[in-house]
Every structure is written in structure tokens, then in C-alpha cells.
Ligand binder design. Sequence first.
Ligand code: HEC
Ligand code: HEC
Ligand code: HEC
Ligand code: HEC
Ligand code: HEC
Ligand code: HEC
Length: 420
Amino acid sequence: MKKVGNHKSFSKIFFSLAFVLVTSLSAFAQDAAKGKELFNTNCAACHKLDAKATGPALRGVAAKYDKEWLYKWIKNSGELIKSGDAQAIKVFEENNKVAMTAFPQLSNEDIDNIIAYTSEPKPEAPAGAAVAGGATADSGVSNNVILGVLSLVMMMLVVMLFLVNNMLTKIADAKGLEVERKDRSIMNLFRAYVKNQFLVLVSVILLLLVSAYFAYGWLMQIGVDQGYEPVQPIHYSHRIHAGDNGIDCKYCHSSARVSKHAGIPSLNVCMNCHKNISEVAETTATEEHSKAFYDEQIAKLYDAVGWDKSLQKYTGKTKPVKWVRIHNLPDHVYFNHSQHVTVAGVECQTCHGPVQEYEFQKQFAPLTMGWCINCHRETNVKVEDNAYYKKVHEELSKKYGVSQLTAAQMGGLECGKCHY
Ligand code: HEC
Ligand code: HEC
Ligand code: HEC
Ligand code: HEC
Ligand code: HEC
Ligand code: HEC
């Protein structure tokens, strides 16, 4: 009779899987001890954890900034400031413009370790007092989530392997193959667990619930970029232009009235004014942005269009400016500005927020289907002075028996109106 060493091969698979999981787990865990060493040799000359020194206190700094930004800052803060990164300039100016040493030799992993060290809670916090701010609490939560998910995956694998193992053993038994069985207490424990169908059922249900929860959260995030506020190649402030200087939105976004797109103005439009405006007034400067900063942005504009300020003429050397696109509906959606701005008379601010107050342009509305539909349900169509709608409106208002019609009643909920 043939012998099948099925336990051996299964434990091999199991242990190699466990190994993969454990190694990937350790990739997640940053090494605070290594971080402390790096901190003491590189950073301690200027930084303390809990008090301001030459530089700011660094405990909990990870919660203040995005990680990618921290990498760039720590590797070379001077370069980041020079690139016009608004946050970097802000930090620099708030700290009396003392330059920080560049650390190009540190890897992202080194920096992760340093961040792990600075994210450790403050030792001996007095009882009852909040521990080291939201920073550590936040990163703790996300680490716990990762650990939780990983251990669940691990558990699932274990259960699956033993189920498969059990089944194969049964098949082997049924076929009359003699299977080499070893009595290991831990194996027995698992076997007992697998035999207990109630326990298995409960774990499977739990697992399904947890994965459904995460899948749902993840799906709801896709494509919703509300609040998206990228750093633009030239810091262009809507507050200064549309707010302080009262420039009409349509001066620059002129096609919003007549076409599908509002459009971003060409740099020639900027030069209508900026041939003469080469710097901002003292009073334009704010706490966050100095006059020098704004003047530098105008210099970038000149550089891009090839304008020589001293000769007052174009040099012919141009560099395209790539504005980062903020609003972006998926390709399967049809949206038309003129329909809303001109026909419906909706204000730009209804959909884009108080743009005239934005120092940085951002996405105000969620741009989800529900957002469009809700407004179509609530907003009455403007029919006065609108010959096109007058006739349709009279017929439809008879049909609905009302004098006011919402965009929805005019057909604004039909899938085909918004979807190609
Ligand atoms: C020569 C002094 C010096 C050294 C060394 C130094 N820093 Fe700095 N750091 C500063 C100063 C000064 C600032 C404030 C910003 C500025 O003026 O550029 C700062 C700011 C920072 C900030 C932003 C903090 C905040 O709250 O906005 C971080 C993060 C930072 N440093 C990390 C580090 C790390 C990590 C190291 C070691 C690898 C390090 N620094 C080494 C002087 C230093
Ligand atoms: C002097 C020209 C100018 C004026 C006036 C102006 N804008 Fe803009 N607008 C721009 C430029 C340049 C950009 C691209 C850079 C950016 O996003 O900051 C832009 C970007 C935008 C965006 C984001 C586009 C995207 O990428 O999704 C919106 C929304 C917007 N403007 C709305 C308005 C509204 C509303 C007003 C009136 C309150 C207005 N703008 C006035 C020049 C102007
Ligand atoms: C209708 C006139 C006008 C147009 C068009 C115009 N600007 Fe300006 N711009 C101004 C005025 C006025 C100021 C502020 C001057 C002050 O505060 O002293 C200014 C300031 C600026 C500044 C410094 C403040 C900031 O926002 O960072 C930049 C940069 C700038 N403009 C870029 C642009 C760009 C890019 C365009 C084209 C998309 C443009 N401007 C179009 C009038 C205009
Ligand atoms: C009914 C809501 C609504 C109104 C009103 C509205 N917008 Fe928009 N806007 C949007 C949506 C949605 C997008 C994204 C369009 C896309 O991705 O195709 C957008 C995109 C933009 C963009 C990015 C470039 C483009 O054309 O896609 C600019 C600039 C802009 N709007 C400016 C304006 C200005 C200026 C006004 C007022 C004259 C205005 N919008 C009125 C909803 C609106
Ligand atoms: C602030 C309110 C508002 C929002 C937000 C809004 N709409 Fe509208 N929409 C209207 C109104 C009002 C009309 C009716 C205009 C008219 O008189 O035809 C309309 C009409 C339309 C029409 C023409 C319908 C028809 O019967 O011909 C389309 C297509 C449309 N909207 C698409 C969208 C899409 C896509 C979005 C979301 C990205 C959106 N709208 C967001 C107010 C809104
Ligand atoms: C008023 C405009 C409007 C109408 C009417 C409309 N949709 Fe949408 N729909 C959208 C927008 C905007 C999105 C993109 C949402 C996003 O990116 O989050 C979308 C996305 C979708 C998606 C992709 C899934 C998603 O959430 O991204 C499907 C499927 C869809 N719509 C089906 C329909 C069907 C079916 C109807 C008719 C019952 C319909 N839509 C009517 C505006 C509309």
C-alpha cells in the first residue's frame, strides 16, 4: 500500500506561508530603537522631542505632515523651500528662517524609523492626562488596523489549510491510502477546532463581516476627491484675484458661459495685467505668505511666458505651465457648464464653494452621483426669460399640476442625460 506523507507537505506549505506573512508584517513595523540612534546622531543637535530648540519639538510630527513631504523635507529642506512648496515655506518662515541641514544620505526607511521614534508616546504621562496628543493615538489606530487585518488573514489561512488537510485525509482514507499521522498536541487542538463546526461557522461569519466592512469603506473612497488641494506649479491665489481684486470668474474662465468646459485661462490672459504688475503690494503679504514669496510666483509666470521685465518684451523662450487638474468627473459622465451657469443660472460658488476666499484652489463638492441628483431634485428650473423652456414648461407643469418645476421633473434624473 502507498504511503502519502500529506502532513509533511502541508506543514511545509503552512510554515512557508507563515514566514511570508511574518516578514511582510515586520516590513510594516518601524524600528523605533534604530530611529532613536539616528535621531541622536543626526537631529538632536537642533531638535528635542518635547521642547523647542533650534528647530521645533518633533514628537508627533508625523501627524502634522504627509509622509512623502517629510521624506523630501528631511532629505533636503532647502530644495523643497526653493521649489516653492507652500508648506515648506511656511515652516521655514515660522521658525525665523533658520536653515536645517540636508540629509540626502538618509533612506526612506531610516526616516520611517526616526518617525517611529518621534511617534512614541511621551513616557510617564501624568495619570488622566492625554498622552502625547492625537498624533500617537492616530498612528496607533492605523497600525492596529493593519495588524488586525493581517492576523485575520493569518487565521483564515490556518483554518483553510486544516480544512483542506482534513478533506484530503478523508479522501485518502476513502481510497484506502494509509496516511502517516503524527500526534502533535497543537495539531490536535486545531483539529478539534476544525471539527467544531459551530466555531468554524462563527469565525467564517466574523471574517466575512470584517472584510465586507473594509471593502465597503474602500469602495466609498474611490473617485471621491472632495477637499483635494494640490500644490500648483505657480502659486496662484483666487483670494487675491477673485477676492481682493474682484476679478470676475468669467474673465479667466470665459468658456463656462458658452461651453461644456469652464477651462483654465492661457498665460496670455494673465499677461493682460501682469505686463504691468510685476510685484505685489506690501499689504498683500499674509502671515503664511511673504511679499517675497508672491513676487517669486510672478517671476515664475514671467519665466513661463518668456517675458523680460527689464526690457519689457518677450524673449520668445517659453515653458508650458502644467496646472494640476483638480475637478475630474469619470469619462462616463456628461457635465456641461453652460447648461448650469447660463441656462440654469447657478452661481459658480454653489458648486465650487467660496472660491474668492481660497488661497489654494480645492475641490469643494464631492462630485458624486448623489450630489448631482440631490440638486436636481431641489432646484427649480429658471423659466423666466427663457423662450426655449417656456413651452415645455407649460406642458409639463400641467402634467405635474404645479407652477414650479425642478430639474428632476424636467428630466434631470434620466440616466441618459448624465451618462454617455
Ligand atoms: C542644524 C539644525 C538642524 C538639524 C541638525 C536638524 N534640523 Fe530639523 N529643523 C531645523 C529647523 C531650524 C527647523 C525649522 C524650519 C526651518 O527653519 O527650516 C526644522 C524643522 C524640522 C521639521 C519640521 C517640524 C515642524 O514641526 O514643522 C522636521 C520634521 C525636522 N526638522 C526633522 C528633522 C530630522 C528628522 C532631523 C535629523 C535627521 C533634523 N530635522 C535635523 C533644524 C535642524
Ligand atoms: C485671473 C484669472 C482667474 C480668475 C479671475 C478666476 N480663476 Fe479660477 N483658476 C484660474 C487658474 C490659473 C486656475 C488653475 C490653477 C489653480 O487651480 O489654482 C484656476 C482654477 C480654478 C478651478 C479649479 C479647476 C480644476 O482644476 O478643477 C476652479 C473650480 C475655479 N478656478 C473657479 C473659479 C471661480 C469660481 C472664480 C470666481 C470666483 C475664479 N475661478 C476666478 C484663474 C482664474
Ligand atoms: C485682471 C488683472 C489680472 C489678471 C488677468 C491676472 N492677475 Fe495676477 N494679479 C493681479 C493683481 C491685481 C495682483 C495683486 C497685486 C497686489 O496685491 O499688489 C496679482 C497677483 C498675482 C500673483 C501674486 C499673488 C499670488 O496669487 O500668488 C501671481 C503669482 C499672479 N498674480 C499670477 C497670475 C496668473 C498666473 C494669472 C493668469 C492665470 C494672473 N495672475 C492673471 C491681477 C491680475
Ligand atoms: C452645477 C455645478 C457647477 C457650477 C454651477 C459650476 N461648476 Fe465648474 N465644475 C463643475 C464640475 C462637476 C466640474 C468637473 C467637470 C469635469 O470633470 O468634466 C467643474 C469643473 C470646473 C473647472 C475645471 C476645468 C473644467 O472645465 O473642467 C473650472 C475651471 C470650473 N469648473 C470653473 C467654474 C466657474 C468659473 C463657474 C462659474 C462661472 C463654474 N465652474 C460653475 C460643477 C460646476
Ligand atoms: C447646484 C445644483 C446642481 C448641481 C449640483 C448639478 N446640477 Fe445639473 N442641473 C441643475 C439645474 C437647475 C438644471 C436645469 C437646467 C435647465 O434649465 O435645463 C440642470 C440640468 C442638468 C442637465 C440637463 C438636463 C436636461 O433635462 O436636459 C444635465 C445633463 C445635468 N444637469 C448634469 C449634471 C451633472 C452630471 C451633475 C453633477 C456632476 C449636475 N448636473 C449637478 C442643477 C444642478
Ligand atoms: C444628474 C446626473 C446623473 C444622473 C441623472 C445619473 N447619474 Fe450615474 N453618475 C453620475 C455621476 C456624476 C457619477 C460619477 C460618480 C463618481 O465618480 O463618484 C455617476 C456614476 C454612476 C455609476 C458608476 C458607479 C459610481 O458610483 O461611480 C453608475 C453605475 C451610474 N452612475 C448609473 C446610473 C444610472 C443607472 C442612472 C439612472 C437611474 C444614473 N446613473 C443617473 C451622474 C448621474
